[in-house]
Write a protein that binds this ligand. Structure first.
Ligand SMILES: NC(=O)c1ccc[n+]([C@@H]2O[C@H](COP(=O)([O-])OP(=O)(O)OC[C@H]3O[C@@H](n4cnc5c(N)ncnc54)[C@H](O)[C@@H]3O)[C@@H](O)[C@H]2O)c1
Ligand SMILES: Nc1ncnc2c1ncn2[C@@H]1O[C@H](COP(=O)(O)OP(=O)(O)OP(=O)(O)O)[C@@H](O)[C@H]1O
Length: 270
């Protein structure tokens, strides 16, 4: 296989581990390259995220590192995360499991697609999100007003600190903290979770990807949209966000660890 390795850069032990994993994978007969930032830290030449291609990207880091890699790749390549982070929900293997995982496989990796959401603001595409897009006010302790349009019908109008538009993958991240449900990643849907809504009762909504979903910002206050904690966009006053299922899902290598076991083990005692 042609494998690209990405390491988190702020931890020398993760970089050392990545270098030794590169040697192990080469000795198993794989073609190994390093992502440019990782390579620079190891004194080698590498490939920028945008140009990553091949059969597999191995990310040594936590969820932030996996999100960054998926966000930066122009063309999605299957990702396998090795958990060198605090939670590592998206990083399935522990460092001591990686060698046995690769020793048992030459090139028959099973890959699971994970839906992403494609986001446009006032008709211009701004990016795809694997976890979520969150709209937040620029001014602390000020509320925004939102209207949610589903198939041209005004479904909900409310004031809140912000609004999360999450994927099922993101349901275990920010959306969970904001009171949203855990959504099986095999379901395709848009999960809307308001942040501190100003009303007596408000419920998260799970909306089919077959519907036309638009979020209108009905406010004069400055706001930002953040994708996966990676990119931030300034929103014009009264911007309209169009939400679609991306045609370019993220691809994750299936390691055989059941999703609901991970929920139980990794998210119970945070
Ligand atoms: N209050 C919150 O829960 C909150 C606030 C801001 C951002 N976030 C999340 O952080 C993500 C960015 O990650 P980061 O590591 O760069 O930021 P970060 O360093 O602020 O960490 C956010 C935490 O969320 C966890 N996380 C991220 N994606 C997850 C997922 N799909 N399932 C379970 N846990 C997950 C990470 O392990 C980490 O512990 C955003 O996409 C957002 O979902 C959460
Ligand atoms: N190759 C890279 N180039 C630049 N920045 C990187 C790279 N890899 C990781 N980062 C950044 O370094 C930080 C590492 O955090 P990461 O989320 O991986 O670990 P963590 O916060 O300890 O774990 P978790 O998110 O699982 O709790 C993130 O902000 C990530 O975006």
């Amino acid at each position: 296989m042609k494998i690209v390795l990405v390491s988190r850069l702020d931890d020398p032990e993760a970089l050392d581990y990545t270098a030794s994993l590169a040697r192990d994978l080469e000795s198993l007969g794989h073609g190994v390259a390093l992502e440019a930032g990782t390579a620079r830290h190891l004194g080698r030449e590498g490939i920028p995220f945008e140009e990553i291609a091949g059969d597999l990207v191995v990310v040594v880091g936590g969820d932030g590192s996996v999100l960054l890699t998926v966000h930066q790749m122009k063309k999605q390549v299957p990702v396998l995360g090795i958990n060198w982070g605090e939670v590592g929900f998206l990083a399935d293997l522990e460092p001591d499991e990686a060698r046995a995982f690769f020793a048992g496989r030459k090139d028959n990796l099973q890959v699971e697609p994970r839906m992403r959401i494609s986001l446009s603001v006032d008709g211009t595409w701004i990016g795809d999100a694997l976890n979520e897009a969150v709209v937040v006010t620029d001014r602390p302790a000020k509320m925004l007003r939102f209207c949610v349009w589903v198939d041209g019908t005004s479904a909900e109008r409310f004031r809140a600190d912000g609004l999360l538009i999450s994927t099922p993958t993101g349901s275990t991240a920010y959306a969970m903290s904001a009171g949203g449900p855990i959504v099986d990643p095999q379901i395709e849907g848009f999960l809307l979770v308001p942040l501190a809504p100003y009303m007596l009762s408000s419920r998260p909504h799970l909306i089919s990807t077959r519907r036309n979903l638009e979020i209108a910002l009905e406010t004069e206050k400055p706001a930002h949209l953040v994708i996966d904690g990676q990119s931030t966009f300034e929103l014009e006053r009264e911007a309209t966000i169009t939400v679609k299922m991306s045609e370019d899902p993220a691809l994750f290598v299936a390691t055989g660890k059941p999703f609901f076991e991970k929920v139980n083990h990794k998210l119970r005692n945070l």
